[in-house]
Design a binder for this molecule. Structure first.
Ligand code: NAP
Length: 250
């Protein structure tokens, strides 16, 4: 196995838009090769045309498709040395209005995309990393895991808390193999996911309470991700890095 090559190869989920796109752009600029996943949206040209980028189309609601398309990459002896679970959904939902069947379906969908599939991808690559004696896992959770969210996004918050606890368990069990497992918890980031809130309440309102005088951008998250992805931070394993413009400090 070629470790040097593998440590500079990252699989990033959800590169078609927002934070994932910014992470892929940053890692390519840092000399990484990037395998990026997307689902409904096209991969932007700046990634698609890059010689060190390749794309995989897989919908996380379709576990069989994820297994077929992403499984072989992560289970291979030549698997990427860095896995960044970024793809996620935040679908608002009134948990008191829905009947039980509606709530079960919504909750299961959110957990599948935001927790179960990211954990599955991790399961696939861990044996390869253990054999190699290195690997970096970065899971993109959310401020919602720490501060909770509105009732509408309670499922979302719970799914991100699950991902955070999973990351800690990976760290506790596998960092003895020099595997770094870190959660990144973005605050409010200016992407499509956040656009509804900005439209509804206005930028000034969503900026209230930030210590810094601007909204956090996807590139601010990408900066932190690339520092961890470089693989020189084994001793922060299991921790969460909050990227939220000082909106809450823990
Ligand atoms: P975004 O702009 O909505 O982009 C989401 C990405 O996830 C897209 O690339 C999308 O791919 C992919 N994705 C969505 N559903 C998918 C599915 N069913 N299967 C496969 N891929 C899917 O979101 P973002 O703001 O960049 O968020 C990225 C991550 O940061 C998410 O995990 C989110 O929870 C977290 N986060 C965001 C914020 C924020 O304020 N923006 C705050 C805290 C945490 P397609 O478009 O190709 O389907």
């Amino acid at each position: 196995m070629n470790n040097d090559h593998n440590t500079k190869h990252a699989l990033v989920t959800g590169v078609s838009r927002g934070i994932g796109r910014a992470i892929a752009v940053k890692l390519l600029a840092e000399g990484f090769s990037v395998t990026g996943t997307h689902s409904k949206s096209a991969v932007p040209d700046e990634l698609q045309q890059h010689p060190r980028f390749n794309a995989i189309k897989a919908d996380f609601f379709n576990a069989a498709e994820v297994t077929d398309k992403i499984g072989p990459v992560l289970r291979s002896d030549n698997a990427p040395g860095v896995l960044i679970n970024n793809a996620g959904i935040a679908a608002g939902f009134d948990m008191l209005d829905e009947d039980d069947a509606g709530w079960m379906a919504h909750s299961a969908g959110t957990m599948l995309v935001n927790y179960t599939i990211p954990a599955m991808l991790t399961r696939w690559v861990l044996p390869v990393w253990i054999h190699r004696g290195n690997g970096v896992l970065i899971n993109i959770a959310s401020r919602a895991a720490y501060r909770g969210d509105t009732g509408e996004f309670a499922d979302y918050a719970a799914s991100k808390a699950a991902l955070t606890a999973f990351t800690k368990s990976v760290a506790r069990e596998y960092s003895c193999h020099r595997i770094t497992a870190v959660t990144i918890a973005p605050g409010f980031i200016e992407t499509d996911m956040a656009s509804d809130a900005i439209r509804l309440y206005g930028k000034d309102h969503v900026m209230k309470g930030l210590a810094v005088p601007e909204l956090t951008q996807p590139s601010d998250v990408a900066e932190v991700v690339s520092a961890v992805a470089a693989g020189r931070m084994l001793h922060i394993t299991g921790t969460t890095i909050h990227v939220n413009g000082g909106s809450y400090l823990i």
